[in-house]
Design a binder for this molecule. Sequence first.
Ligand SMILES: [Zn+2]
Length: 1012
Amino acid sequence: VFVDDVDSLLKSSKNVDKVLMLLGLTPEIISNGLKIVDLKAKLSKLQKRKTTSKEVDSIESEIEHTKEAISDFINKVKTGILIVSGASTKARRTKRVKLFNELLGFEIGSRIEFIRNIEDIYVHDVHVVEDKVIELIRKLGSGGIVFIPMDKGVEYAEKLYGKLIESGINAGIYTKSKRKLIEDFTNGKYDVLIGMASYRSPLTRGIDIPHRIRYAIFAGVPKFRISLDIEEEFKPSRALILLANLRDLLEQKEQDLVDKYIMDLRNLIAIIGRDDMKKIVDAVKQNVKLTGFLERVRRKFIEIISFLTNLIGREDIKEKIKLAPHLSISSELGKPYLVVPDAVAYIQASGRTSRLYLGGVSKGISIVIIDDDKAFNGLVKDVKWYVEEINWKDIKDVNITKLLEAVDSDRATIRKLMDGVISPEFQDIVKTALLVVESPTKARTIAKFFGKPSKRTIHELTIYEVSTGDLVLNIAASGGHVFDIPTYDLGGNSLYGVLSIDGRFIPAYITIKRCLKCRKTFTEPIGKCPSCQSPLEDKMWIIEALRDAAWEADMVLIGTDADAEGEKIGWDIAQMLMPYTSMIKRIEFHEVTKRALINALKNMRDINHKLVEAQIVRRIEDRWIGFELSKKLWSKFNNYRLSAGRVQTPVLGWVVERTSETRRNIQDFFELTLENGIKIVLKKPLMKHEEVKREIDKLKNLTCIVKWVLKEEEEVNPSPPFSTDSLLNEAASTLKFNVSKTMALAQDLFEVGLITYHRTDSIRVSSIGQNIALEYIRDKFGEEFFKPREWSREGAHECIRPTRPIDTARLRQLLALGVIRLAKRLTDDHLALYDIIFKKFIASQMTPTKVVKQKCEIAIEDYIEKIEGYIHIVKPGFSLIKPLHLIPEVKEGAIKILNVQNWKAPTVNLLTQGDIIGLMKIRGIGRPSTYAKIMETLFQRGYIKESPKRNIISTKKGYMVYIYLSNEFNEFVSEETTRKLEEIMDLIEKGSIDYQDVLHKLYSEIVSIRIR
Ligand SMILES: [Zn+2]
């Protein structure tokens, strides 16, 4: 069934029903579909109110029931295919529209392609803009559009039009929508069209003539003016733009206020209807009171107006605008205006020259004649927030003739295709690919790179569809692991889910079942959750949905995370899809950005079996030793809930040993605060209460002697950027995040595209990373503070770093303005973690800081304390972004003690989560992908716990288990054995040893444990 103009179809629900019946659906099925829509609406209301789960349960099961009836019907009856077309940019989410989703699995709504293949060029030092326009048109020929900046107005467009005609150029002026003019331009009657550079202009949005438009010329930087007479010309949208542009000039506190106002305005603009808004704005201007909600909004607007008026009146702000590289004030008839570059208009207007067609994305030329340097700087900056890959070129460095050749060859092809002359090379040019990733967030992030994706569902699996220019990508998420080793006994020649066949060990994988209620996972063939009796989902349904999607596509791309675990998930999926597709490739990207994805698509590879084998061995070894040792624990302690693993045991050992050590050696600490602010801590053997009092009195009356002071200049270098261990360590110590929390937050930041892959032991910085740092440092501190460092040359992996030169404050602003829209909502914790990653990375690419270092010796009775530290900064460097800790300056001679504080504590400190991660890294236990897992396991088993002060202590259970294991099975669980095993895994990854040999050795180990 073909439907043209889907919008008018949707206006009548009867028509929708007719179409559905034409497809073969019955009125009963349609009413079932509507029932689901209603139930889902009811359900989401209930969930928002957090009412009793009983009601929710009954609705959920009713939905499930109705869905089954629909799918039974659709599986039995051969329904037709529905194809719709129309200009529906925003299909209203009516019940009938949702019906399409429930019954046919697709959403109506337009897909917006956002790909461009444009040479962005600028011309500077121009005396007369109009002459330059004429010169350029003569050079570039027919098929151009000339855009006039909004601040120059329509009169200027008319003036330029006159000049072009005078010089004999065949131009048309298009300031109002005129079909005839477009026709005449299309068939060559006009060579160029003149229009306004605004996103509202008919020339930037309405026309789509890929075979005709070859270039765009901007007769001045696209920009508009906003009156600074705020009260007189108040409009919420103008206030919003002013706030966003003035924000950068303010101190942190005022920036926070501006961010709040921006959020308020955005929300209000979104929810208030046009009539109400007019009422409020009029009331603001006439100073009339309203009532209720409208009055509250009016007051908010007045608050914002007075804030802005005050701001613009301030001398410091005027001065800052003068100095700002992007902002300027112009005045007309004595009225001041702020000049604002218009990035959205530029992207949209230049986009007319480059369109998606059967052969890819056609080449276009866009030339900006600079009439205002500040506005151009601002344009360059703002356009980057939307389109990262823009690379501006000076016209002097561009070979126009060559560029025109590329432009014209694309136009010729498009014309041929339009005339139906399709050469063999274009017969099968549009390849479709199914791209499978693990997480839905990652899928959404990728889908947004190329515009607004269209969305459909196959067996409830969401699939996004976008075009990259070369490929039509269908993007779906597997939801992590699909298979695991079964926990039940396979009998015969098997050991804990692993079969032994002809001398080879073969793990028998089974799909993971997950409880829909308590989210626990199982790998047994069971129908209900054993702990809460709720229904389970068998992840096989995802495989089935992926198979259907693969069947439709030309190839399957595996885009799981770039490490051994991701490789294994990808391999599992590939095994399952193999019979349904003719080609499966792996793409590897270390950051979820458009740049990295496109690069990965150019470098497709096969699945790396060595990585998969290493991951299989890790899983088997964990299973075998875990089950075998657990059995020993059960019989020893008569407790079936105990369990053990290899890698966890040495880590448990560190905690057990440190905990007992701290219990043995408690001491008294005395912290002396000296007159000059220096603090000294003395340790003394444990004292009774009275003795402590006497000691404090004595110390208070002592005089310290600074024996000598040495000051010298020193250069301090920044530390390298984060790898997984150092990130976990620092997040634990500065943000008080535990390791699981940090990993979960970092996973989100990675999946929304803000940071590089967070499981890495590399500190390497690629040239892309260095450029990001350069861009930020140049803008913020000046290029003289930039000092690129690679830190390491090993491997393809990189440090954990931001993917764009956007600091946390800017990120907050861009999110508030809606310029950046992420696939997941970020919390303050996400931003806090992003902040330490960003600063650490930028610091690692900055110049050293020159400081004065002070060393001194202070004598207190017979005790001598050596103190070292920086006292002041001679020349700043990385300290601009990561401030150094400074200590007070000290002079030689006698010095009084101001205050004494006492506490009792162990001589050595308990371990923190950060310490443990640090130890794992140094001693080679665990890997970036397992640090957090090891800690988590120890917590879950109740072997370790966190003290109120966030120190890690071993429990009695942990102590017993560790002592038993290390006494009886030391050769299997010692630090040394574990480290060696990790090294063996690395060797399997590299392909230097055969994984079956390793499994054989592990097997004999298990046998030797068993017979003890
Ligand atoms: Zn359950």
